[in-house]
Write a protein that binds this ligand. Structure first.
Ligand code: URA
Length: 205
C-alpha cells in the first residue's frame, strides 16, 4: 500500500473522516490489519459509544461491533431502552491488534502509544458529531476519552460532565462479560451493564 498525499484540509464530515481513516499510518497496527474500522451511526446521533478496538469479525467486515461483543452490546442496549441505530458506535483504536496463532488471530490489547496515536481520530469524530453523551466502555475507551488512565471501579456507573459540550459515562466493555466463567456472575454483571446503559437514555435526541 502506498502512502497517499496528505489531505488538503481536515475532513469536515464524518463520511469524509471515515474515508480518510483508511490511509492512517500513525502507528504500526495498520499493516497486518485488513482495514481500518470507522465509527458507524447517524451523523445527528446524540450519544456516542466508544469501545476498545475492532475484533476479528469487525476487521473483516469493516464495521464496528458486529462480532460476539457486538451481539452482547446489542442485547444489553435494547434491554436498556437504547436502540443501536440511534447511536454512533466507534472505537478508541481503529485497527485490529492481534497475534497470529495457527489459523486464529488472538486479540491483543492496544498499548498506550497506540491509543494516543489514534486519539486525533476520536477527537475529530467527537468534534464533528458533537454528542451530548460519550459512553466509554472499558479501560481503553475511558483512557482515550479522558486522556488519562482510569480505574473503572471508581468511575463507572455515573454520568460526569466531560467539558462544556458533553458528559461522559464510563462502564465495562461487553467482552469483559463474555469472559466471566461463572453464569451467576455473568448474569449479575450483565444487569449492572444494562443499568449503566440506562443512564444514557435521557441523552437520546
Ligand atoms: N470490541 C470493541 O471494542 N469494538 C468492536 O468494534 C468490537 C469488539
Amino acid at each position: 500500500r502506498e502512502t497517499p498525499p496528505p489531505p488538503l484540509a481536515a475532513p469536515n464530515t464524518l463520511a469524509a473522516l471515515h474515508d480518510e481513516l483508511e490511509s492512517c499510518r500513525a502507528c504500526p497496527l495498520w499493516a497486518p490489519a485488513t482495514q481500518a474500522v470507522p465509527g458507524e451511526g447517524p451523523p445527528d446521533a446524540t450519544v456516542m459509544v466508544v469501545g476498545e478496538q475492532p475484533g476479528d469479525r469487525e476487521d473483516i467486515a469493516g464495521r464496528p461491533f458486529v462480532g460476539p461483543a457486538g451481539a452482547l452490546f446489542d442485547r444489553a442496549s435494547a434491554d436498556a431502552g437504547l436502540t443501536r441505530s440511534r447511536l454512533y458506535l466507534t472505537n478508541a483504536v481503529k485497527h485490529f491488534k492481534f497475534e497470529p496463532r495457527g489459523k486464529f488471530r488472538l486479540h491483543r490489547s492496544p498499548k498506550v502509544d497506540e491509543i494516543r496515536a489514534c486519539g486525533p481520530w476520536l477527537a475529530r469524530e467527537r468534534a464533528l458529531l458533537k454528542p451530548r453523551l460519550v459512553v466509554a466502555m472499558g479501560a481503553t475507551a475511558a483512557r482515550a476519552v479522558l486522556g488519562a488512565p482510569v480505574t473503572l471501579g471508581q468511575r463507572r456507573s455515573r454520568v460526569e460532565q466531560l467539558d462544556d459540550d458533553a458528559a461522559v459515562l464510563i462502564t465495562v466493555h461487553p467482552s469483559y462479560l463474555l469472559r466471566l466463567p461463572d453464569p451467576d456472575a455473568q448474569a449479575q454483571e450483565y444487569a449492572r451493564f444494562v443499568a449503566d446503559l440506562r443512564l444514557a437514555v435521557p441523552y437520546l435526541g
